[in-house]
Design a protein around this ligand. Structure first.
Ligand code: GAL
Length: 689
């Protein structure tokens, strides 16, 4: 409910700061983030610290009634440090060193870099410990950006061996757990195990999965080192980190355990291009505003990581520099994104950056102000969002944000969508079809929930599920007996559970079990998987209701199910080897209910499965929303966000509209009374209902 900005005073003459900061306050900005890449300015040579510039900027921010979020500058170790310790640089799989001249060039396992990190973080934290205008700290910047979670240097090799030796003992336990008789991959000691470096063909999937877990743990402990130092200096600061969108190699849940606030960086028109399914193109509207579900799923993931409101630490301010194409966002899109984030539970949205930079790599990236300092399109949008948030907040200050300012209450989602990075990592290494992409499979189910205006928590399978009326598990590929027991308990006590395909295929070591899929979930599902197949998109593939012959298309993946105690809901249609075999089954279990969907559903089938889940679990929902229109409910309000260039009509009376009107323009938003969400109808202007 508040807006902020990322500011780099070090890029501008100090005489300009007063003007910049006064203009920020004028725009309604309340939070300013600084210093994430400033090590070279803060310590131009070893031990010679220059922090006065940052103190001066901080004071100006405080004088104008705003607060600052400072960042540890560790994402960009300066040249003098790299020259002193070239061993701290990362290495690619083939040994190529990731050299100085860009950013994120350090290795998380370098003992030298960890010492240096401790030194600079302690120095800065102690220096600013009593500064009244610092609300909190961001550790580093976007851990893993530019594919840097996984490094293959000698320090990582040593770290990996120690990590394995702590997990398995003796080495034969590892050989057994992974299945190393295959292709003679046995090891006779932990010393013999290397990172999965460049190889002739694919690596052993168990070794890969362990390397990915190890690499993740390396970031977790590196982040903890920073968080501990910051808290030692001042434990009233919040500690946060800015995660990324649709990001694969870092487990946001595990890093978040050491944070007070989760934040992430949202660039909708960039993501719509470079995180889109291969071989597909963004729609014209997605090029202008992005895909609300792609961005929405990340909002929900980062909100769920600590089950607390999150912040958008970097919000796209206009056109950017890094996707394949850099179109201008639709008119009002920067305002729309701030509202959309708020509807998903954001307490603050900070735009990246204040002013277009005159120098270096990001000259083609917009800011809220143009390079001459005049307002850009984003500034106008951000200002509008800021004043609208102020109005919406009035009388509804039911909570406080991470910095202690009044805020709207937290989102209360009735549905949990299960997500786990182990599954992402395992499925990404063995997709078994070029178009089997983990996030897209999640989105097949998530999008159907969002198209019915339902708020969704994106949670780890070990989360307490009892509070959720329904749970959707699109890709629970690796399943331990403990997870199976939790899910069984959830259903037996009245829960409603929907599984997607490839569930329960493997154990935690990424190995098949000597029992049929879905392994430890077989009794809960009431069926086993007899066969599976992956299918190219040019085949027409559908399931059908055996009684009514109603057909629904599916794609990519098909499992032939063998019910034991479950009943058949859909069978394969058409005239193929799969015809009439069960594809979707359902199973009543004590007070609850389970559906197992053995295919990757296209939108109509997903909507059918999701609406029956919502009905059975008695969850309020809207009528099916037009593509690119989403409804998000939070506290007393519901936001109707329009990510399309068409105008909409909401079927409600004007008294039920809090902001905007029942006619919603292109890339516009209306805020309505949350009580109208159940059964709400939104249609594209001029189209029959
Ligand atoms: C983010 C990064 C920023 C800036 C921005 C450009 O990923 O954290 O420093 O590079 O992208 O869009």
């Amino acid at each position: 409910m508040r807006i902020g900005v990322c500011y780099f005073p070090e890029h501008w003459p100090s005489e300009r700061w007063e003007t910049d900061i006064a203009q920020m306050a004028e725009a309604g900005i309340e939070y300013v983030r600084m210093a994430e890449f400033s090590w070279g300015v803060l310590e131009p040579e070893r031990g010679a610290f220059e922090v006065e510039w940052l103190e001066q900027a901080l004071s100006l921010i405080g004088d104008h009634g705003m607060e600052a979020i400072l960042c540890t500058p560790t994402a960009t170790p300066p040249k003098w440090l790299v020259d002193e310790h070239p061993d701290m640089l990362q290495a690619e799989r083939d040994g190529t060193v990731r050299a100085f001249g860009s950013r994120r060039h350090y290795c998380f396992n370098s003992p030298t870099y960890k010492e240096e990190t401790e030194r600079i973080v302690t120095k800065l934290a102690d220096h600013f410990a009593d500064h009244p205008d610092v609300a909190g700290w961001q550790t580093d910047n976007e851990y893993g950006c530019h594919d840097t979670v996984r490094c293959y240097c000698d320090d990582c090799a040593r770290g990996f061996r120690t990590w394995l030796a702590e997990k398995y003992d003796p080495i034969d336990e590892l050989n057994e757990a992974w299945g190393n008789t295959f292709w003679s991959q046995q090891y006779d000691s932990f010393e013999a195990v290397d990172p999965p470096r460049h190889s002739a063909t694919e690596h052993h999937p168990s070794r890969l999965l362990e390397y990915y877990r190890f690499s993740n743990d390396s970031v977790v402990s590196y982040n903890r080192l920073q968080a501990d130092r910051l808290r030692e200096a001042n434990d009233s600061w919040f500690v946060t980190h800015n995660f990324m969108g649709r990001f694969d190699s870092l487990d946001a849940y595990s890093v978040s355990e050491d944070l007070d606030l989760v934040t992430w960086d949202s660039y909708p028109t960039g993501f719509a291009q470079d995180r889109l399914e291969e071989g597909t193109n963004p729609t014209p509207d997605q090029l202008r505003a992005g895909d609300p579900d792609q961005v929405g799923m990340d909002h929900d993931l980062y909100r769920s990581a600590l089950d607390r409101p999150f912040w958008v630490m970097e919000q796209q301010p206009g056109d950017v520099n890094w996707p394949p194409h850099c179109p201008q966002p639709g008119e009002g899109a920067m305002r729309l994104w701030a509202h959309h984030a708020t509807a998903h539970g954001a307490d603050a949205v900070l735009y990246f950056r204040w002013r277009r930079c005159l120098e270096a790599q990001e000259q083609y990236h917009a800011g809220l102000r143009k390079q001459d300092g005049s307002p850009d399109r984003g500034y106008i949008d951000a200002t509008a969002a800021g004043s609208e948030f102020e109005t919406l907040l009035e009388g509804h200050e039911d909570a406080t944000d991470a910095a202690g300012r009044p805020a709207l209450e937290h989102v209360d989602a009735p549905v949990a969508l299960l997500h786990e990075y182990d599954n992402l990592w395992a499925l990404s290494e063995q997709p078994h079809a070029p178009d089997f992409e983990y996030w897209n499979l999640l989105n097949a189910f998530y999008g159907a929930l969002r198209a019915r205006g339902v708020q969704v928590d994106v949670v780890h399978p070990e989360t307490e599920l009892a509070e959720y009326a329904a749970v959707v598990a699109p890709a629970l590929h690796l399943v331990t007996p403990a997870i199976a027991a939790r899910l069984t308990d959830y259903v037996e006590t009245g829960g409603h559970l929907l599984f997607g395909p490839r569930t329960g295929v493997k154990d935690e070591y990424n190995k098949l079990r000597p029992t049929l899929q879905p392994g430890p979930l077989t009794d809960l599902v009431g069926a086993t998987v007899d066969q599976h197949e992956s299918l190219p998109s040019h085949l027409e593939t559908a399931v059908q209701d055996p009684e009514t012959d109603t057909q629904y298309a599916f794609r990519t993946w098909a499992e032939w199910l063998e019910p034991t105690t479950a009943t058949v809901r859909y069978t394969y249609a058409g005239d193929t080897v799969a015809t009439d075999r069960p594809a979707v089954v359902e199973h009543a279990v004590e007070d609850g209910h389970v559906v197992y969907c053995g295919v990757w559903p296209e939108p109509e089938l997903a909507d059918d499965l999701i609406t029956s889940l919502l009905e059975r679990a008695d969850i309020e929902h809207t009528a099916r929303l037009p593509t690119a229109v989403r409804v998000g409910r939070r506290g007393p309000y519901a936001w109707v966000t329009n990510f399309s260039s068409e105008s909409l009509e909401i079927d409600i009376s004007d008294e039920q509209v809090v902001l905007g009107s029942s006619a919603v323009g292109p890339f516009d938003v209306a805020v309505v009374d949350e009580a109208v969400v159940d059964g709400l109808v939104v249609h594209v202007h001029g189209e029959a209902e």
